[in-house]
Design a protein around this ligand. Structure first.
Ligand SMILES: Nc1nc2c(ncn2[C@@H]2O[C@H](COP(=O)(O)OP(=O)(O)OP(=O)(O)O)[C@@H](O)[C@H]2O)c(=O)[nH]1
Ligand SMILES: [Mg+2]
Length: 289
């Protein structure tokens, strides 16, 4: 596991005179998970501009790096549509931080956006998952639509939509099971929820949001590919960005898949969710710890 930030590793390099600077820089960029295409582009641009290892060269490199990363990153704001029942269908493999992120989103939408929220426990695979969401619902004072463990997740979403429509709730946030055996399995499991939701919620008010774990690096890119192929992902939340020096994978995903990032998770508490701000993201990635 890489403990130092990308910024810290690059800074050190400029203090050591041996070996080919650009080769070493490229290696650090690749290990930082920003993706080979972006790393190549940065190295090409800097070859033309960076002459040595002086402090001014290092500062210039950081400038180039920052502007290339910023230009590659895709971001989006998640703004609920007025006068409609909105649905956020939250996707992601086991343990990435889905349920915690749902609780944070609920808190954010209520406190910052003054929206009414309803949670849907469509991760029916494990009884504990339903209970965990119910506990959050109670803590937040937000209703939770649930059925028996093992129930059809599509039926839970159907119920949640009916309830939200009857009670004029602004936003439904639905938890889903994170099992990812293969794409066919995902398509089957999520496809049904997607059809039920798509038929009842206007397209602009229905968003599929993937949660990825910043600590997992390349694996997160593969997850994004699989979920995007299976059901189409509207935006991604980068969870656990506080507990790792990694997180460069957001750049690779932006580059390869073009899926925009909407929020980042920066801790385990309810308020530890921030709209995905390019500069805040890059400050963390390039900070020298
Ligand atoms: N440091 C940190 N921890 C987080 C963050 N988001 C979630 N976690 C932790 O990650 C762990 C897993 O979170 P869950 O929300 O249960 O993840 P999940 O994807 O719902 O997991 P399953 O339902 O068990 O598959 C918990 O210990 C959370 O507190 C974050 O942004 N930062
Ligand atoms: Mg969960």
């Amino acid at each position: 596991m890489i403990r130092k930030t990308l910024g810290a590793r690059i800074r050190e390099l400029f203090g050591r005179p041996e070996l080919d600077l650009f080769e070493e820089l490229e290696e650090i960029l690749i290990e930082g998970d920003i993706g080979p295409a972006t790393a190549d582009r940065i190295i090409e641009t800097s070859r033309a501009e960076i002459r040595g290892r002086a402090g001014s060269d290092r500062d210039r490199f950081f400038q180039l790096l920052r502007s290339q990363l910023s230009g590659t990153l895709r971001t989006v704001t998640l703004e609920p549509v007025e006068g409609a029942v909105n649905l956020l269908l939250v996707l992601g493999v086991n343990g990435v931080g889905k349920t915690t992120t749902i609780a944070k989103l609920a808190e954010y939408l209520r406190r910052q956006r003054r929206k009414s929220v309803l949670l849907a426990a469509a991760d029916t695979f494990r009884a504990a998952a339903v209970d965990q969401l119910a506990v959050w619902g109670k803590r937040l004072g937000v209703p939770v639509v649930r059925q028996e463990p093992g129930a059809d997740p599509g039926a839970v979403v159907f119920d949640a939509i009916s309830s939200a429509q009857a009670n004029r709730v602004d936003v439904i946030i639905a938890d889903t099971a994170g099992r990812m055996h293969n794409k066919a399995h995902l398509v089957k499991e999520l496809g049904k929820i997607d059809r039920i939701a798509g038929g009842r919620i206007p397209a602009e008010a229905y968003k599929k949001i993937l949660v990825i774990d910043a600590t997992t690096g390349q694996n997160a890119l593969r997850q994004a590919e699989v979920f995007h192929d299976a059901v189409g992902v509207d935006s991604i939340i980068l969870a656990k960005y506080d507990s790792t020096a990694k997180g460069g994978i957001a750049v690779a995903i932006s580059q390869d898949l073009g899926i925009p990032f909407s929020f980042m998770g920066v801790g385990e508490k309810l308020e530890d969710l921030e709209p995905f701000d390019r500069e805040a993201y890059l400050d963390r990635l390039l900070e020298v710890r």
